[in-house]
Ligand binder design. Sequence first.
Ligand code: CA
Length: 426
Amino acid sequence: MVKLMGSDLKSWIEVKEGSDFPIQNIPFGIFKTPGGNARAATRIGDMVVDLYAFAMHGFLDGLGFDHELFNSTTLNPFISLGKPAWRKMRERLTMIFDENNPELRDCLDKQNEILFPLAGVQMLMPVHVGDYTDFYSSIEHATNVGIMFRDPANALLPNWKHIPVGYHGRSSSIVVSGRDIHRPKGQTKADQAEFPEFGPSKQVDFELEMAFITGKHTNLGQSVSTGEAEDHIFGLVIFNDLSARDIQKWEYVPLGPFLAKNFGSVISPWIVTLDALEPFRVAGPKQEPAVLPYLQFEGNHNFDIQLDVLIQPENQLPHLVCHSNYKYMYWNLAQQLAHQTVNGCNINVGDMYGSGTISGPTPDSFGSMLEIAWKGTKPVKMPDGTERKFINDNDTIIMRGYCKKNDLRIGFGEVSTKIIPAIPTS
Ligand code: CA
């Protein structure tokens, strides 16, 4: 594996202590300035780098990129160039922003056209998501849900350790951090009730997930092996897969999640590449019993990404309710993509693959309110004295993700979304 950047590199752009965005990160996103067009961008510290302006000033010369790739409302055109292009781009950006390189550092005129303080821009959806799959790959989460809803003695269904279980979700309702989401309305049925009723969900929940985004298409009939999978993966984002537990409970039999899961899923705006995450690769949990040959893999495909979830009631400070880690995933991303394509299902650039709720082994690492408050039996006490079994109107859910090793910290920033009241039925 190519080692792209040393941890001792520094940028001439200020990177504050504790920032997720040192020069070793170089994530990709789409931004716009007030009155400006959407552009492709990267970020160092709290500065957004306009890649179109960067290209127009000649800083990408010699790499063979069409500048218009970056004058775009999505990263799809750039991503579709493939992994060698992503690497060339990150190498060039690293070179130009290295503290020892004067080319742009000493040219304020060009900086004024290329660099924008993050606080003054709006981040947009980074990709057009054609298809979205959501897996169910955390053994702790699947076990917890099995205990609560089925049978504590047989919490995992018989297929779970053989198949990376998943379902096809809906891409139209995937939105970027900062977007408010209305409480969904739908059918629910109380256990003792004879008939269902209709109204706003009373059990809106978050699901702490990561999602990977594919950067290379396949043709119908073609499969991607676990060994090939990472060449097809552009990078990852934090993924808050909002869920309505009461709607879910009534509707999910026999075909699985539907309206309880597609009223809003929210992603962090910066896609962090697998190359940037390379120093944080770790072994995953031991898989026992052995998996079928097409799911076997070599090397490590888990990543040590620390994940926090905070709930912020209106006009109050955020309160930490979960600290988990992506490394707990039982099924890794290479296995997920191999399974997705093993039947010949084709994939496209920009497709998104949710990990499933990432719960750890202890109650403080559970990745949903369903588990944290254990089906409402253990409400979370908030600093203001109120309690939460699920998410209240005007609560903001904040998820953060970052990797840390020695002095190197690379992260995703955060994904934030406020739950606002349901739109009244007319
Ligand atoms: Ca989910």
